[in-house]
Design a protein around this ligand. Sequence first.
Ligand SMILES: *Cc1c(COP(=O)(O)O)cnc(C)c1O
Length: 254
Amino acid sequence: MVTWNDSDERLGSAPVAAQVAAVQARIAAAAQRAGRDPREVCLIAVSKTHPVARVQQVVAAGVGHCGENRVQEAEAKITALSGQAHAPQWHLIGHLQRNKARRAATLFDYIHSLDSVALAHALNHARAEQPDMPPLPVLLQVNVSGEASKSGFALTGGIAAPQLPDFRAAVAAIRMLPHLAVQGLMTIAPYSPDPEQARPIFRQVRLLREHLCEAFPQLAWAQLSMGMSDDFEVAITEGATMVRVGRAIFGERG
Ligand SMILES: *Cc1c(COP(=O)(O)O)cnc(C)c1O
């Protein structure tokens, strides 16, 4: 029997499930256009500003990865969803202040926003205090566009960047930290109404990854976290393995 509550629930969750399915179909189509296996691309639902109930609907719709920008906002959601049958993995995608590194190092399954050697030391130190936890998976955030408003290691122009030696020195230092596991690179393309404008940015990050694979073969450079609601298809055709999608799933943020 359908009660009012059941139908309310269904009215509330159906649109989100449909949005998830639509995004997954677009991911698969973009991967196929690029001759890639769609299973190489992990969808991260960016749930910042959205309440736990909405996140639960997205998880129920089959999304196993969620992204948040802020440690404190994430903590409430992570706590609420932990212990449930299908608790998602949590990705920190926003800039992390060093004084929140300790909390972040135990809350999140991935940190996408590692952007300094000092922050790496703080995360390594915090994770070292958790002997039961494996090394923390991290991505190095890079700013190849030169946009001043973006955080990340400055690498304007990618492998042609004048800052490349500094970045390589930073990677060499981070590589020595035993409680971090470098998995790849993350970037945010400048906003543009035309997603094709992001393609050269994503391509520079892909080429940077190739450079790092040769320079630091001891590290895993498998992951490229790039692409958001407006440009994830372009990112996938340029090699993204993780796309961070908020508005295309949840709708506009309030
Ligand atoms: C908010 C955010 C996203 C998601 O953006 P949408 O445009 O809503 O898809 C992805 N990555 C980062 C770093 C973000 O801050």
